[in-house]
Design a protein around this ligand. Sequence first.
Ligand SMILES: Nc1ncnc2c1ncn2[C@@H]1O[C@H](COP(=O)(O)OP(=O)(O)OP(=O)(O)O)[C@@H](O)[C@H]1O
Ligand SMILES: [Mg+2]
Length: 376
Amino acid sequence: MGIFVDAGYRTRLGTSFYDRRRELDTLDSAVHDYRLVIVYGPRNVGKSELVYYWSRRRAKQRVIVFQIDAMRARSVIEDLDKYLSAPEERVKKIILSRLREELKETTTSYLRLLDLVYTVYEVVQTVKEKVVLFLDEFHMLPGYRASMYRSRYEEALTDLEALAHRLAKYEEDYLRIVLTVSEGFVATGEALSRLHGYNAEFMPVEHMDGEHFSALYNEYKQVNECSTDYYLLHGIVGGAPGYLAELCRGEHAVKRFVERSKTVLENSLSAVRNILAAEPMRSIAGEYQDPRQLIRLAHEVMIEDAIKPMEQPFLYTIGQLLTTHNIVYPFLGKGYVRFKPQIPLYRVLLEIAVERNAPSILDVETNEVIRRTRRQ
Ligand SMILES: Nc1ncnc2c1ncn2[C@@H]1O[C@H](COP(=O)(O)OP(=O)(O)OP(=O)(O)O)[C@@H](O)[C@H]1O
Ligand SMILES: [Mg+2]
């Protein structure tokens, strides 16, 4: 189809906007068809940038943007206006004064999804405007905190379910909500079933294709230093532009990244093993005791094209657990799931560990990883 580049647009990386024609179309129709759209996918692939771009270049509706990650930096509600963009000052002012009123006695440290949505909903209902509310990284709202009983992701998921339920029941159709989430908790089978039937759509955003990613890499390299060669970089992190800044510093940066990724993967496998060791799973687990076996199964999860929950319950369970640890992300087909590695490096690490029959990912040599990714 040829390269798509919007050279008049500046991304937060400081380059033109590349690729994503298909995703932009999908987002158009998802926002048309559903009241709640959850944009998910591996870390750093460009989920947020995609929605920002869409809101500025494509959206037919007005878009109100809350930058949630930035909101954690301030605790006082008075500062909220810095993190809100609305198409018109008038609308922005009304929303802000409502929010302040509502939260007068408190601070943003209690702010949750429904607070923001109710406030915006009230405003759009009174001014009779159709708007899209875009909440970038909603799970980072300061109100989500871990307690003794629940993780902050469980809190966020319960809120999301409550929101979908409310939105689905509103009589008026003024508000559309688009959320981006970089954490796996929102992409599990549980999240899917909890939101099913509530007018919500899950939209995956995956890695950029090689052609677009290399064009972006070349533009980035012209402006910034990048002494890491393209093939190595792409072999390690795939088409996820968010890794460019960290990995462009050279091969030593790549090696450090591989080292850290080994630890992350090892820790996640160990957490998976502990969960599988818990009582209810014992009947299907059995072999979890041997770390080599879990490494083999985790590798299988990543290379299987289609895992059917009823036929391969064990692989499916491991895939779900690795999803919550941000090691894989699910791609849903009809009656099956495909779990893809968040970055190609995880697959390579498991592949080498399986070949060597290694009991630990930490046994895999970084130099071998580098050699192999260059070759692929
Ligand atoms: N289509 C694109 N063209 C050019 N640059 C892009 C594109 N998409 C993303 N980028 C850049 O890549 C970096 C990562 O993108 P972004 O932060 O949107 O990823 P994300 O998937 O939202 O990450 P996270 O998992 O941290 O939420 C950003 O600096 C962004 O500007
Ligand atoms: Mg993001």
